[in-house]
Ligand binder design. Structure first.
Ligand code: DON
Length: 305
């Protein structure tokens, strides 16, 4: 059996000896204040084991990681019809790009770009009475932790400065791919991005993607196994924007990043692993998070490939 605790401690210690590069996500003023040197890891397996190292108990803003849950909720409601509104192709463009939308008649290339997630939020506003509460309840349920909350300070900070997302939601609306009021869609998206979790809560939540769509106790079935396969496929191909190919090449797991410095990755039928380190590389993905996971899958020999 793999000695996960020793492996994650070794990699964590080793990376701490080397300088971490990159910058925190200062375009969201509140995130500019986060301690850039934090570094936490949690691994959770489908046989119920849990392993931690470093700052795993500290909460951080999950940001774009929430897009996986938003997509899962929209997909279970709409099924394949959802793909009329958003594609499943890697974009090769940065997370906040407006670039391909005009050419593609307002259909975002995939649901993990900001444009794609805004369309998904528009869908959720149509199918849930209170989508903001529904997403929070879903996280509380699948993580088994009723303490998970939004961070209203982070949400307000981004709402005040989110010019790119204002542009995106208005552009999408002008192209006919947003039905609700732009402010409602913008607010729902940024409230969801502000959800605050620690590495253990995040790893536990994403265990559903390793466990055929259900929680370990079998009480909640978020997705069926076919839907779970599809969510993992989109994480693998689109989870890291214009670095998705590099992540697949270096790490070899489906995963998702957020500009709060979190990365969560999944080995279907085995485990989920969350890493948090706030310094981001130029693609907006955690510098140390990526390094850690590359070392982890190399040391264990455990990846989807
Ligand atoms: O919309 C934004 O710009 C942020 N709330 C989320 C972006 C993000 O996390 C990109 N991920 N690496």
């Amino acid at each position: 059996m793999t000695d996960y605790q020793t492996i994650i401690e070794q990699i964590h210690n080793d990376l701490l000896k080397h300088k971490s590069y990159g910058e925190v996500a200062a375009y969201i003023p509140e995130l500019a204040m986060v301690d850039a040197e934090k570094f936490g890891v949690c691994l959770s397996t489908i046989d119920g084991q849990i392993y931690h190292v470093g700052d795993w108990q500290e909460h951080f803003s999950i940001q774009s990681i929430v897009k996986v849950m938003l997509l899962s909720m929209a997909y279970t409601k709409l099924g394949g019809q959802l793909w009329q509104r958003v594609g499943v192709e890697p974009s090769g463009t940065p997370f906040n790009s407006l670039g391909t939308l005009e050419h593609d008649n307002g259909i975002p290339r995939n649901p993990f770009s900001n444009a794609g997630a805004l369309v998904v939020c528009d869908v959720l506003l149509d199918v849930y009475d209170d989508p903001k509460q529904a997403i929070l309840e879903m996280f509380r349920d699948i993580s088994g932790d009723p303490g998970i909350e939004f961070d209203p300070v982070v949400a307000a900070s981004e709402k005040a400065t989110g010019y790119r997302n204002v542009a995106l939601v208005n552009f999408l609306r002008s192209l006919g791919n947003i039905n609700n009021h732009v402010e409602q869609v913008f607010n729902l998206y940024l409230d969801c991005c502000s959800i605050s979790m620690n590495s253990e809560q995040l790893a536990r939540s994403f265990l559903v993607y390793a466990n055929n769509g259900k929680t370990l106790d079998g009480q909640t079935q978020l997705l069926n196994s076919s839907q779970t396969k599809r969510m993992n496929a989109i994480m693998l191909t689109c989870g890291f924007y214009d670095e998705a190919g590099d992540f697949a090449y270096q790490v070899g797991l489906p995963g998702k990043s957020g500009v709060g410095g979190g990365i969560v990755a999944v080995l279907p039928k085995h485990f989920s692993i969350a890493v948090w380190s706030p310094r981001l590389n130029e693609k907006g993905n955690s510098y140390r998070g990526l390094k850690f996971l590359e070392r982890f899958t190399s040391a264990t020999g455990e990846s989807i490939f």
